[in-house]
Design a protein around this ligand. Structure first.
Ligand code: PEP
Ligand code: MG
Length: 592
């Protein structure tokens, strides 16, 4: 159990338990840091006429603290006068101190007698919307400056930052929803777990928790209203529970449980660095997925044979302005640290829930069906070329695969490969050393890609099945939407048939095919995956040892017979139950 909790107070506080869905294993005991959505619209709370002065004082106090904060940032970043950073801070200070805005706020508070939070928020939002509608791209993007300043002021108006300074101790993050950008903004070295009200097992917060080997529980309805930063909780990523003020007996019970789990874990952890060979002698390559440079140690220690998916968009969200040299250096660090293992870098899969607001200034009505992945890269050749050049430069340090996300058909793959060839030619002409050949792959995560996999296979060296999206797009079920989560069924026969089709297309063309979606990490489904002909599984780093252990207990012929049967069935739950049954009989120790 990761324990970051302070010593308990002598007064005993009542335990309170919430249950949700466990999405990343482990147990943590620590104080919470509640991330509030500072952009929730404030209520129009009525005030009396004699409160107007007080309300304006609150606003001025919030503005003063925000000013200090921005000036502090300016100093900390050593922004030189006239530099781009310095201009950003200057713009923010100008917005903050804009006299006409303040006058308008005061007038409205006085006339309407509503709290200053609501008036300030509404006025700033109106300014933002006006800017967003302008035809000039530069001016349009300035809405982000107003958003940034408004967010800071709102946070201070609500007193959150004053009460709970950014955490400098280990904490469990509590949030309504944790977007990829939220995760990127956190000091992850101090985060012991995620407890989220919304979310799903395939949300990126859950995926990141697994990569960072910290517990995460989603669907903990109502926690944001009940918990306050500084409360002590125990987060159970095995059973999906969050316990506020855990009693001494509860903590003792968890310690015992943990000791037992550690003893069980030791059994399959000892063999994690050995190859995963089935009973019949077939080797399955078990790799790990990763998102951040800091994960290389976890990956190396996990026993992974390769990184089958490196989601580069997280590095982008962390440092959106990184230049080619900086990117090449970050990618090289990963390649060198894990050499000679193959690292499959997926080019930016921005869009959907991984939004860089500067690129997509207009919010999209259906972001998951919009400007995402390879579509955005092909529309922003400046960014795409910067990334491809950096990847090619990093590829000299080891074995690199470059993979394109959200491919819908052959044309996009050809277009992306043409840009890659152009980058390689340019780099060579500039005197850079680049490898003779870099493996190029396509994600199969859109039904149209699976259905035309035979065509795409002629253009690439490998496929990787992204079942998180393949499931959502095949079944038309938003992978993040709690309301339809029961319909999100990766074992739906339609999904399995698309996997089968892709595997056959890859085999027919003589190229490799692996799976990097969360289905590959699910031990209940390992027999089905092996049976469908997959011999490369890229899984959460924390699952590598377990998946390898599972593989060692399976026999390909029995798995194939089972998969053949499953492809003819019509009920997702029945297929899941059968796969689980086979898994439990072959490796019961992993389900204890
Ligand atoms: C997938 O869709 O299965 C996948 C691996 O990519 P992501 O989860 O990042 O969309
Ligand atoms: Mg995907």
């Amino acid at each position: 159990m990761k324990d970051g909790a302070p010593m308990p107070h002598t007064t005993s506080l009542h335990e309170k338990i919430w249950t949700g869905t466990a999405v990343s294993a482990g147990v943590a005991h620590a104080v919470v840091h509640v991330l509030k959505d500072h952009f929730d619209e404030p209520d129009d709370d009525a005030i009396s006429a004699d409160m107007v002065e007080h309300e304006m004082e609150r606003l001025h106090a919030a503005l003063a603290v925000t000013r200090q904060e921005i000036e502090g940032l300016q100093t900390a970043m050593g922004a030189e006068q006239g530099s781009a950073e310095s201009e950003i801070f200057e713009t923010h200070l100008l917005i903050l101190q804009d006299g006409s805005i303040l006058k308008q706020v005061e007038k409205t508070v006085r006339e309407k007698l509503v709290c200053v939070d609501a008036v300030y928020y509404r006025l700033m939002t109106q300014h933002m919307e006006r800017l967003r509608g302008l035809p000039d791209a530069y001016l349009r993007e300035r809405f982000l400056d107003i958003k940034d300043v408004t967010q800071r002021v709102m946070r201070h108006l609500r007193g959150e930052l004053l009460e709970t300074p950014m955490f400098d101790e280990p904490v469990i993050i509590v949030a309504h929803d944790l977007t990829p950008s939220d995760t990127v903004a956190l000091d992850r070295s101090k985060v012991l777990g995620f407890a989220v009200e919304a979310g799903s097992a395939v949300s990126h917060a859950a995926i990141i928790a697994k990569s960072l080997a910290i517990p995460a529980v989603v669907k903990l309805h109502g926690i944001c209203d009940s918990l306050h930063s500084g409360d002590t909780v125990l987060l159970d990523g095995e059973e999906g529970a969050l316990i506020l003020n855990p009693a001494a007996e509860t903590l003792a019970r968890y310690r015992t449980r943990e000791e037992q789990a550690e003893r069980r874990e030791d059994v399959f952890q000892v063999e994690r660095h050995a190859p995963a060979e089935t009973v019949c002698g077939c080797t399955i390559c078990v790799g790990a997925n990763a998102e951040f440079v800091e994960e290389v140690d976890i990956v190396r220690d996990s026993g992974a044979e390769e990184v089958g998916l490196f989601r580069t968009e997280f590095l982008h969200l962390e440092s959106p302005d990184a230049n080619e040299d900086e990117l090449a250096s970050a990618y090289s660090q990963v390649v060198r640290a894990l050499a000679p293992k193959r690292i499959v870098f997926r080019t930016l899969d921005l869009g959907g829930d991984k939004v860089d607001e500067r690129l997509a200034a207009e919010p999209e009505p259906n972001p998951f069906l919009g400007w995402r992945g390879i579509r955005m890269s092909l529309g922003r050749l400046d960014l795409f070329k910067r990334q491809l050049r950096a990847l090619l430069r990093a590829a000299v340090h080891g074995r690199v695969g470059i993979m394109f996300p959200m491919v819908s058909g052959l044309e996009e793959v050809r277009a992306a490969k043409a840009v890659l060839a152009e980058c390689a030619a340019e780099l060579e002409a500039e005197g850079h050393t680049i490898p003779d050949e870099v493996e190029v792959g396509a994600m199969i995560e859109i039904p149209s890609a699976a259905l035309s996999a035979d065509q795409i296979a002629r253009e690439v060296d490998f496929f990787s099945l992204g079942t998180n999206d393949l499931t959502q797009y095949t079944l038309a079920v938003d992978r993040l939407n709690d309301r339809v989560c029961d319909l999100y069924q990766p074992t739906h026969p339609a999904v399995l048939r698309l996997i089968d089709l892709s595997v056959k297309a890859a085999r027919g063309a003589g190229i490799r095919i692996g799976m990097c979606g969360e289905m590959a990490s699910n031990l209940e489904l390992t027999p089905l995956m092996i049976g469908l002909g997959l011999n490369e599984l890229s899984v959460a780093a924390t699952q590598v040892a377990r998946v390898k252990h599972a593989v060692r207990q399976l026999d390909v012929a029995s798995c194939s017979a089972f998969a053949e049967q499953a492809l003819g069935l019509s009920h997702p739950a029945e297929i899941l139950a059968m796969s689980r049954g086979m898994a439990e009989s072959c490796y019961p120790e992993l389900f204890e």
